[in-house]
Design a protein around this ligand. Structure first.
Ligand code: HEC
Ligand code: HEC
Length: 281
């Protein structure tokens, strides 16, 4: 499809008209395409050159953090201390899944915390594990958290997304409710532009918004190093940017709505291989 230039700043009427006119043409677009298919040739070249790709530095930083002590205190233990190579540790020892399990974990998040109280993104899990050593004060956007996320995603590259309901019935029901709320939010018109995710990422795939070509919004390529941010960001950060783009009130980091949307996106993309970290404009 030829790209249709839409300029948000021209106002609501223009945008809505343009979207109505292209929606028919775009609705047959292949909805299973990764965001990496929508890169400009320049960004594609940058991404495939490890000596120039800025995301590589973050992956390397994450690798070092994984192997080194994760907090400053004497008792600080490295990620590897609890996630050793080889056999899985016995339950109740305080040790986590083996390193090879953790290497594929990115494909299974977000998931429900074991006590069923909330959905955890991979970045939430990393924060949680860093805080086992000593209170960390991390957010999902802290450098170390994002670097570890980049490293874990790099290791899981090529693994098909496999986000599933938990095994026990009570948690499975909670999980389904979160998923249903994510699906509703995906369709819900928001912001001054009165647009839903679906209007851009389903009905306007291939259209240009402020110089970005809209993809189907499959979350395979995260964390994404956005040149605009000069750093990598999580799904959470990207979703907040989409709220801002339609001039809707941005949910705060950690807002359950962001996790529900991430859950919906991951389930929608189940089976697609992870292909991040990647570069975005
Ligand atoms: C003191 C032990 C301990 C340390 C240190 C630790 N973890 Fe964990 N980790 C666990 C346990 C236990 C789990 C199982 C889930 C839970 O209880 O949260 C886990 C689960 C995980 C998972 C989910 C794995 C899966 O297969 O689903 C990831 C990812 C993870 N940890 C990353 C890290 C990272 C990154 C670090 C270093 C910053 C780290 N962990 C440090 C104990 C630890
Ligand atoms: C006005 C159009 C518009 C709306 C509405 C919108 N987005 Fe986006 N979104 C974009 C553009 C443009 C990009 C950057 C290009 C791309 O990757 O699709 C983007 C990027 C994304 C990405 C990253 C894709 C990648 O591979 O990097 C995700 C995920 C996403 N949006 C999800 C959402 C969700 C969820 C909503 C609803 C809360 C939403 N978007 C609402 C325009 C929109």
């Amino acid at each position: 499809m030829s790209s249709v230039a839409l300029r948000l700043h021209r106002g609501v009427a223009t945008l809505v008209m343009a979207i109505t006119s292209i929606s028919a043409a775009a609705s047959s677009a292949d909805v299973r395409r990764t965001g990496n298919d929508f890169l400009s040739p320049e960004l594609r070249a940058l991404q495939s050159d490890p000596t120039r790709n800025p995301a590589e530095l973050w992956v390397e930083r994450g690798r070092q953090l994984w192997h080194g002590a994760s907090a400053g205190s004497d008792t600080a233990r490295s990620c590897r201390h609890c996630h050793a190579d080889g056999a899985a540790p016995a339950a109740g020892t305080g040790y986590g899944p083996s390193a090879s399990e953790v290497a594929r974990a990115a494909a299974r998040f977000p998931r429900l915390q074991a006590d069923g109280t909330r959905l955890l993104s991979l970045e939430d899990q990393i924060r949680h594990c860093r805080a086992r050593n000593s209170p960390s004060g991390d957010t999902t956007d802290t450098d170390e958290v994002i670097a570890l996320s980049a490293w874990l995603h790099q290791q899981a590259k090529g693994t098909p997304i496999a986000v599933q309901a938990p095994g026990d019935a009570a948690n499975a029901q909670r999980w389904q409710q979160h998923l249903a709320q994510g699906a509703v939010a995906w369709q819900q018109r928001i912001g001054r532009y009165n647009l839903a995710c679906v209007h851009c990422h389903d009905q306007a795939v291939g259209a240009t918004f402020r110089g970005d070509v809209a993809s189907p919004g499959h979350p395979t390529g995260f964390p994404v190093y956005r040149l605009q941010w000069s750093r990598p960001g999580s799904v959470e950060r990207r979703l907040r940017a989409c709220f801002s783009a339609v001039q809707a009130e941005m949910p705060a980091p950690g807002d359950p709505l962001l996790r529900q949307l991430e859950l919906y996106l991951k389930v929608r993309a189940n089976g697609m291989p992870l292909d991040g970290p990647s570069i975005r404009r």
